[in-house]
Ligand binder design. Structure first.
Ligand code: PAF
Length: 284
């Protein structure tokens, strides 16, 4: 595995690999690697890509300084795991190359209106502007590639798809299914902060989604059952929504077809999210 930090070397490496006829598989991360990231690398390898994994804790996507400070940083573990996973190049860019003006505001911000606004965006002002800005920069430096993102962060995936499409990047976005523990809990670096009883309550997010998916009815019936399941488990609900999977617009009660159900809630101070596909049947 090659390891590099400099943006110019990274750009050159990507150009060289393309010139040699390889397709770059970009796996953007903020480190603290886990099985979710492993599945992104596995998908890139299965496609035969030259896997370029980036680790950059992007300060611009944190709306609270304490959250940025508390973000887990495990560089040695990440480097070893990346090598084990079969990553070809590990890029750990420096803050002053990615955002030279930081902590002052960077003049250019990429903002994806609409898909960024509700759900996670409503509670975390500026978060998706930070994500969109850094993903745009990673894509510009890497050049034409396939880029792998997990469906766990479903809204992020929608924002990234829209951004790359609107600005005409030569990047194919590959969304990868959520990886779950054997009890159904979606893998997240935050799960280690759950004690056994909190973990049991956290499973209600997955249960709420499954119960919604079992309903043959309109979106509002799904929202209502999700709210009930989360309340019964004393989860402090942030939202329980049913939306269009591309635009993330709220699904009306007269709509029929495949949609995405998303939930977010706080369990013992730990904020968790989850989602799954559902099929709504609108009121005739
Ligand atoms: O999902 C993440 O880890 C981050 O939001 C991403 C896409 C790497 C951008 O910083």
């Amino acid at each position: 595995m090659q390891r590099l930090t400099g943006v110019e070397r990274w750009r050159r490496l990507a150009d060289e690999q393309r010139a040699a006829g390889r397709r770059i598989g970009l796996v953007p991360t903020m480190g603290a690697l886990h099985r979710g990231h492993e599945s992104l690398v596995a998908a890139a390898r299965a496609n035969g890509d030259y896997v370029l994994l980036t680790i950059f804790v992007n300060p611009r996507q944190f709306d609270r300084p304490d959250d940025l400070r508390a973000y887990p940083r495990t560089p040695e573990h990440d480097r070893a795991l990346a090598a084990d996973m079969g990553v070809d190049a590990l890029v750990e860019p420096a803050l002053d190359e990615m955002w030279p003006a930081y902590p002052d505001a960077t003049a250019t911000t990429v903002s994806v209106r609409g898909v960024s606004d509700a759900l996670e965006g409503a509670g975390r002002p500026g978060h998706f502007d930070g994500v969109a800005s850094v993903v745009a920069k990673l894509a510009v430096i890497t050049g034409p590639c396939r880029a792998y993102f997990g469906e766990k962060d479903f809204q992020q995936l929608a924002v990234v798809r829209r951004l790359l499409f609107d600005l005409g990047f030569d990047v194919t976005v590959v969304g990868c299914p959520i990886v779950r523990d054997s009890d159904g809990l979606a893998i997240s670096s935050r799960n280690v902060r759950l004690d056994p009883s909190a973990r049991t309550r956290a499973l209600s997010l997955h249960e709420a989604l499954d119960r919604a998916a079992s309903i043959e009815g309109p979106a509002e019936s799904m929202r209502s059952v999700m709210r009930d399941v989360l309340a019964a488990a004393s989860v402090e609900m942030a939202y329980a929504e049913v939306v269009d999977p591309l635009t993330l617009e709220r699904t009306g009660d007269d709509e029929t077809g495949p949609r995405r159900a998303l939930v977010a809630g706080v369990v013992d101070g730990v904020r968790l999210i989850d989602n799954r596909e559902v099929y709504v049947r609108g009121r005739a």
